[in-house]
Design a protein around this ligand. Sequence first.
Ligand code: SF4
Ligand code: SF4
Length: 374
Amino acid sequence: MIYNEYGKTGIKVSAIGMGGMRFENQEDPEACASLMKAAYDSGINYFDTAIGYGKSEELFGIAIKEMLKTRSKKPFYIATKTGGGTAEAVRKDLEVSLKRMNLDYIDFYHVWCIMSLDKYRERVKNGVIRELEKMKAEGLVKHICVSTHMAGADIKTLLSDYPFDGLLLGYSIMNFAYRTEGVQAAADAKMGVVAMNPLGGGLIPQNPEQFNFVKTRDDETVVEGALRFLLNDKRLTVSLVGLSNKKQLEEAISAADGFRPISKKDISSIREKLKKSFNELCTNCGYCDSCPEKIPVPRMMDAYNHYLLNKKNPDSMINRFKWHWGIDIENEYFTKCTQCGLCEKKCTQKLPIRERLKTIRKEVEIAREKKKAS
Ligand code: SF4
Ligand code: SF4
């Protein structure tokens, strides 16, 4: 395992972390706990969950009970998140998380899922950061961090507002161009940088032919190639792999253990191939993100990528909206497009955005009807 220092904290964390939102069989708590324990035994020491990841914190709690027995000799670090919009809500979230996980403190506590600068400012105004500072002073939280799905330029603004210890963001071979400015800003400020969804929410392993270009060696799998692309980026501290089972754990460990620095030539070649392979796909560059109707076009097109790569299965797109972007099917984004065409003019991939938005709207309307009928 490779270990990196988390920002300025002096803590050495594993370059591969375990994400806790994809346990294969949550009905079998012992099996889930045993997966987490196996990750710990394999050298992973950074574990990420959230109060809103279903049973994840409780499942973590079962494994943590065991892991606490060896923590003084073999440290581990727990990251979780609060979506609380007020000081009271944040305090309540922390109490729940501590209890569920059998912990006295959280190592890396995140202001969860900042979707826009306005939403962030609202939380600040409501005393969220002040409350986190209090919790830190009380020893309940060791480090205050932030997680976001915003574009790079907005992340940079966010990070200039408060000296967070770390940044958690979705980052993979599929969307690095969109967020690299944020990663750079965090690295410049010497923050820990944790990449979530390094496998594109499962799309990379599910489409090995399409993503074959990430391999720089004959002896590696597409998953190893995609993870090593991130391991090669010195600005990143941890790449989180949402582990479902032990096979995935083995592959993630092997990506780190077999890592060798990737040459600049190979990186340029991956970037070139990325452009070609993503002919029809949105690369999440963000250039179209100025819709007069405030529709988040890059997010819409990202979800459409999932639709295309999953044989036009609407669930893959709807789930992406819901779980990654926090956009419910009832959101007005789906019906607000005036078809003005501004976004298409700016699109670096020359994608038929307006047609895609019509398809998205059609699929969302079907999903709404199904929801009503159920
Ligand atoms: S075509 Fe629709 S999504 Fe694109 S800029 Fe115009 S209103 Fe916004
Ligand atoms: S739709 Fe086009 S311009 Fe917009 S983020 Fe995707 S590739 Fe970039």
